[in-house]
Write a protein that binds this ligand. Structure first.
Ligand SMILES: Cc1cc2nc3c(=O)[nH]c(=O)nc-3n(C[C@H](O)[C@H](O)[C@H](O)COP(=O)(O)OP(=O)(O)OC[C@H]3O[C@@H](n4cnc5c(N)ncnc54)[C@H](O)[C@@H]3O)c2cc1C
Ligand SMILES: NC(=O)c1ccc[n+]([C@@H]2O[C@H](COP(=O)([O-])OP(=O)(O)OC[C@H]3O[C@@H](n4cnc5c(N)ncnc54)[C@H](O)[C@@H]3O)[C@@H](O)[C@H]2O)c1
Length: 465
């Protein structure tokens, strides 16, 4: 027995980092266990940061956003290689790891490298190549995240059949690509590869992509995907995948169709990292997707063990994981003052074009019999939209017909995920759409979309009343 801590955090992704730092700020002795060589979790090393940096590199090098101005053949670099993309990604990953490492060390958080497992509710074993050490902790937070879901019928080989962890290991850019899974990961990577000129086939077993997003916005994205020569196979389930002798890959669909490509990306969801934790030692059980059940305070069935981030399931976002980690850490030390309202959690989907939304969709409000109206603004009608060369973007406000309170904001277009935060603030402060009419925004900015959409919505209400 070597050390006693107030809090041991398992996993150094967004949830673990925030929990550890919050505990340290409360003056507690905190250790953070991480089984990778570096901190940052899937977020920095394989997920959010690499994919968003790759997107930025794709948009820059392909000149994609400026083709509407300079013509379809406009390129910043003629032959874009995987090495060009990986170069920028590796630089950002390294910087983010350094920033995180410095933050942890400034807060006196001890980083223990190794794989953590429970001995009992107050003892955590950490095993690495040097052996195993047992640590005592008054409270422990499980923030072990997820890994790509696998199937015995899809033999990932790292070259022609890959998952999202392996995208940047591709040596060459394929000519054709099959993407299995029309969730966020599948759709984001489809957009990137399509923007690079790769002929993509996207296969999704549900009737629509991104089933939690507003239907009109998804329809608009589907138009862009088709425009980038993406073939969408909806309502189709991939049953198995085979590598062929000529180096190509075939996806066998349940409908007996076969889809052929140079590379296949398998992105059908993720599985919680719980196998190594020895959960029976604390009386906790994960479900079949490795998700750990918690109460509203992120407490598991074992009173001094908490869980946060992707390992507890939906919505599995870096932004939300950070917040869950912070709240869980507060609760572990009896602090009830920190509250967080999931109704105001935003979504940013980094497709091309970007999608971002908050609040209810039209489908949800219809289902709930809420009388609503919409107001829409098109980027093409806004000077900044013309200047940026994005003439297809659109912002939709959804508001209550009677009291005009803002119920949802749905945006598709460049800058959507930043622009959304104006609507988020108005919603969180209980504002009405009159706020946008009565407020002067900088000119020329995309923020003007809020004003135009509010006028549009109010006009619709007055015409109908
Ligand atoms: C391709 C991709 C793109 C994404 N893009 C976005 C995005 O744009 N925006 C967004 O908000 N979210 C995005 N996400 C989701 C986001 O990355 C996750 O929500 C976030 O990383 C979850 O954080 P976490 O702290 O729960 O776990 P993670 O970031 O997964 O970190 C968990 C860490 O725990 C370690 N660990 C596991 N088991 C043990 C153990 N037994 N002992 C010690 N250490 C252990 C793991 O190795 C890992 O380093 C994306 C995810 C992927 C895969
Ligand atoms: N911008 C972001 O916020 C962002 C970006 C990437 C990932 N993420 C997070 O990562 C998590 C995992 O993303 P994901 O896209 O892997 O999972 P997902 O669960 O969101 O989507 C997987 C999709 O694959 C489909 N599918 C499953 N099996 C299939 C089969 N055999 N054939 C065809 N389709 C099949 C499912 O119907 C589903 O639509 C998400 O929960 C998301 O929150 C977030």
């Amino acid at each position: 027995m070597s050390s006693v801590y107030d809090l041991i955090v398992i996993g150094s992704g967004p949830a673990g980092q925030r929990a550890a730092i919050h505990g340290a700020k409360l003056g507690k002795r905190v250790a953070l266990v991480e089984n990778r060589e570096v901190v940052g979790g899937a977020c920095i090393n394989t997920g959010t940061i690499p994919s968003k940096t790759m997107r930025e590199a794709v948009l820059h090098l392909s000149g994609y956003n400026y083709r509407s101005i300079y013509g379809m053949n406009y390129r910043v670099k003629e032959r874009i290689t995987m090495a060009d993309l990986a170069f920028r990604v590796q630089h950002v990953i390294k910087t983010e790891i350094d920033v995180t490492q410095a933050q942890l060390s400034r807060n006196n958080i001890e980083v223990l490298t190794g794989s953590a497992s429970f001995e009992d509710p107050t003892h955590v074993r950490v095993s690495n190549s040097r052996g195993t050490t047992v640590y005592e902790a008054a409270a422990t937070l499980i923030a072990t995240g997820t890994k790509p879901a696998t199937s015995p019928k899809v033999p990932i080989n790292g070259t022609t059949i890959i998952n999202s962890d392996l995208v940047l290991d591709l040596k060459t850019l394929p000519k054709t690509m099959i993407i299995v899974g029309g969730g966020v990961i599948g759709v984001e990577y489809t957009c990137m590869f399509a923007a690079l000129g790769v002929r993509c086939t996207l296969i999704e077993r549900r009737p629509r992509l991104l089933e939690f997003a507003d239907q009109e916005i998804v329809e608009s994205l589907s138009y862009h995907l088709r425009d980038s020569r993406v073939t969408m196979r909806l309502n189709e389930e991939v049953e198995s995948v085979e590598s062929m002798d000529d180096g190509t890959v075939v996806a066998n669909l349940e409908s007996k169709k076969k889809v052929t490509g140079d590379t296949l990306l398998y992105a059908v969801g993720r599985q919680g990292n719980v196998d190594e934790l020895n959960l029976p030692a604390i009386g906790v059980e994960a479900d079949n997707r490795g998700r750990i059940p918690v109460d509203k305070d992120f407490r598991t069935k074992c009173p001094n063990i908490f869980a946060a981030g992707d390992v507890i399931g939906f919505p599995s976002l870096a932004s939300v994981s950070m917040e869950q980690g912070r709240v869980a850490s507060a609760r572990a030390f009896g602090d009830e003052t920190i509250l967080s309202n999931p109704s105001y959690y935003p979504y940013g989907i980094y497709t091309i074009p970007e999608i971002s939304f908050i609040g209810k969709t039209e489908e949800q409000l219809t289902e709930e019999d809420v009388p609503y109206e919409v107001g829409v603004a098109y980027y093409r009608e806004i000077a900044r939209g013309q200047i940026r060369g994005d003439t297809t973007g659109r912002l939709k406000l959804i508001f209550h017909r009677e009291n005009h309170s803002l119920l949802g904001v749905h945006i598709i277009g460049e800058g959507a995920s930043e622009l959304l935060h104006i609507g988020q603030a108005v919603m969180a402060l209980g504002g009405t759409i009159e706020y946008f009419v009565d407020t002067v925004f900088n000119y020329p900015t995309l923020a003007e979309c809020y004003k135009v959409a509010a006028f549009n919505g109010l006009n619709r209400v007055s015409k109908l009343d």
